[in-house]
Design a protein around this ligand. Structure first.
Ligand code: DGL
Length: 326
């Protein structure tokens, strides 16, 4: 039996980070090259042929459209390469859910695409990087990982991109899945899926665009005034995401300003600043033309609204369907 061929796209993050000392608190992400990461992996003797490519070596707070375009292009090439069976992307955890969700919506589901990161740098005591990496190799090399959209592997859990959220600032169990929780469990020696694939042989849902319309997130707080809505519009926002109270609520003044924005052709998505729970479509949304984010938190709601705008989907009913979809 030949080894599984997996393309590994490296972008940096803590999984490639070092502190230079096991007792130092601060560290720098993006210090170890993909060659060195793969050389470490080779020592484990996993039955996989890993083909590495360094796209960047940065903290994921600096990731954005230009790097996304290069990664997306490469992923499409790997999708078309009959020799390649799976794709892995090493990534900082801070924005991993955004990259994962963007590619989840803009890549076909024909082959596994797996993001992996770490919460502790490579030279920390109890570093999680190599274990997460070995787990991700197992997932990316499993044919049954295809048809589930983009996946994120952390702390022996497999999350679907749509569900994955960074929910803790520290500790190795920093990610949670909402509303589904993990879709599978993986260790370097085992892999278990919690159900069948739900997106088998799906084409990309949206075309990828490097230059997407600007969408701003408005974070609600007590005492917020409506001029913040106007400032976002004056700053060029073509769409707005409310990170509202509770189930996507805001004061009467903010709601009125948002309703006015919709009337001027700027779509508005209501999401929540609360970490978990649905924001459902309400009768009032029909009155004002608002879209309910459902299970998506503000960062992913922003990406989905950008994709809708970039692909010419502006009517609230079609937009709502995109938010309702698994
Ligand atoms: N700045 C962070 C990033 O690259 C480092 C944290 C991490 O990778 O977990 O996202």
């Amino acid at each position: 039996m030949t080894d599984t061929h997996i393309d590994v796209f490296a972008t940096g993050g803590t999984i490639a980070g070092t502190a230079g000392s096991a007792t130092r608190r601060d560290y720098r992400p993006g210090q170890i090259s993909v060659e060195d990461l793969l050389a470490e992996m080779a020592k484990l003797g996993l039955p996989a042929r890993l083909v590495g490519r360094q796209f960047a070596n940065i903290g994921s707070e600096d990731i954005g459209p230009e790097l996304w375009r290069r990664l997306h292009e490469a992923a499409m090439e790997s999708m078309a390469d009959p020799a390649c069976q799976g794709i892995m992307i090493t990534h900082g955890t801070d924005t991993a859910e955004e990259t994962a969700f963007l590619f989840d919506q803009t890549l076909p589901t024909a082959k596994p695409v797996v993001l992996v990161g770490a919460m502790r740098p490579a030279d920390a005591v109890g570093s999680d990087g190599m274990r997460n990496f070995a787990n991700a190799v197992r997932v990316a090399g499993d044919a049954d990982a295809a048809g589930r959209g983009v996946l994120l592997v952390m702390s022996d859990h497999i999350f679907a991109a749509r569900d994955a959220r960074k929910a803790r600032t520290e500790g190795t169990h920093a990610f949670r899945g909402f509303p589904r929780g993990p879709v599978g469990h993986v260790t370097p020696t085992s892999l278990e899926w919690f159900g069948p694939a739900w997106r088998v042989a799906e084409p990309a849902r949206f075309a990828f665009h490097e230059h997407m319309p600007k969408v701003s997130i408005l974070y609600a707080y007590a005492g917020m005034t409506a001029d913040e809505v106007q400032q976002a519009l004056d700053g060029g926002a073509r769409g707005l995401v409310l990170a509202g109270f509770g189930q996507g609520n805001a004061s009467a003044a903010i709601r009125a300003a948002l309703a006015k924005a919709v009337l001027s052709g700027v779509p508005v998505v209501r999401s929540s600043r609360v970490d978990e729970g649905l924001v459902d479509h309400e009768p009032d949304d029909d009155t004002h033309g608002f879209i309910a984010a459902r299970a998506l938190g503000p960062p992913k709601a922003r990406i989905l609204l950008q994709l809708l705008l970039a692909n010419g989907v502006t009517d609230p009913v079609s937009a709502q369907q995109a938010f309702d979809r698994r």
